[in-house]
Design a protein around this ligand. Structure first.
Ligand code: 5RP
Ligand code: MG
Length: 213
């Protein structure tokens, strides 16, 4: 089982603060995300600045795109994004249009998606999904548990590379022991730590402890 990647999500409402955290942790993580909050607040320039600083990194634009997939994807690619996200309720046409313009599309799983829909994403050539516990659901008292592990395992068995995200901390990672998670995406667990670089290293150490190199 390969070591899962660590992705930092930059969900800052201020570009300078987001970039400062990117500089602090960019070389500690495997993938950098221009988060939805930052993209909505500061625009796609955030992607261009990240690409300038990190020419070799995989950069994800977490657009949660619902429509106009081709245009959004082209704009993200032109700014330097490698991958982008579409929301699971987007049509297959939107996802396919996006996939034509950018290296890869990831489907963000929120709400009432089905495994039948997931089969259609695979048929469309999209094999990355992001299993998400939403920030608002977590704030409302939702927790990570067996129901999530069951769905993540089923998606992996179907052939998806599955990223996992939503309020992750070092303890949450242990829940996924023995599961072939592709990437753990962490925002506040890194960016709101007193020392973000040290927090990113702690996530990487924990991932290595559980999954090996
Ligand atoms: C929210 C997101 C976040 O980027 C993702 O959930 C990671 O953030 P955090 O670790 O702070 O929950 O896409 O919709
Ligand atoms: Mg995100």
């Amino acid at each position: 089982m390969a070591k899962p990647n660590l992705q930092v999500a930059l969900d800052h409402s201020n570009l300078a603060e987001g970039i400062a955290d990117a500089v602090a942790v960019g070389y500690e993580v495997d993938i950098i995300e221009a988060g939805t909050v930052m993209l909505l607040q500061t625009g796609s320039e955030a992607i261009a600045v990240l690409r300038e600083i990190f020419p070799e990194k995989t950069i994800v634009a977490d657009t949660k795109c619902a429509d106009a997939g081709g245009t959004v994807a082209k704009n993200c690619r032109d700014q330097g994004a490698t991958w982008m996200t579409c929301i699971c309720s987007a049509t297959i046409a939107t996802m396919k249009a996006a996939a034509k313009e950018i290296d890869e599309v990831q489907v963000e799983l929120y709400g009432d998606w089905t495994f039948e829909q997931a089969e259609k994403w695979l048929e469309a050539g999209i094999d990355q999904v992001i299993y998400h516990q939403s920030r608002d659901a977590l704030l409302a008292g939702e927790t990570w548990g067996e129901k999530d592990l069951t769905k993540v395992k089923k998606l992996i068995d179907m052939g998806f590379r599955v990223s996992v995200t939503g309020g992750l901390n070092l303890d949450t990672l242990s829940l996924f022991e023995g599961i072939d998670v592709y990437t753990f995406i962490t925002g506040r667990g890194i960016t709101q730590a007193e020392d973000p670089a040290q927090a990113a290293r702690a996530f990487q150490d924990k991932i290595r402890e559980i999954w090996g190199e």
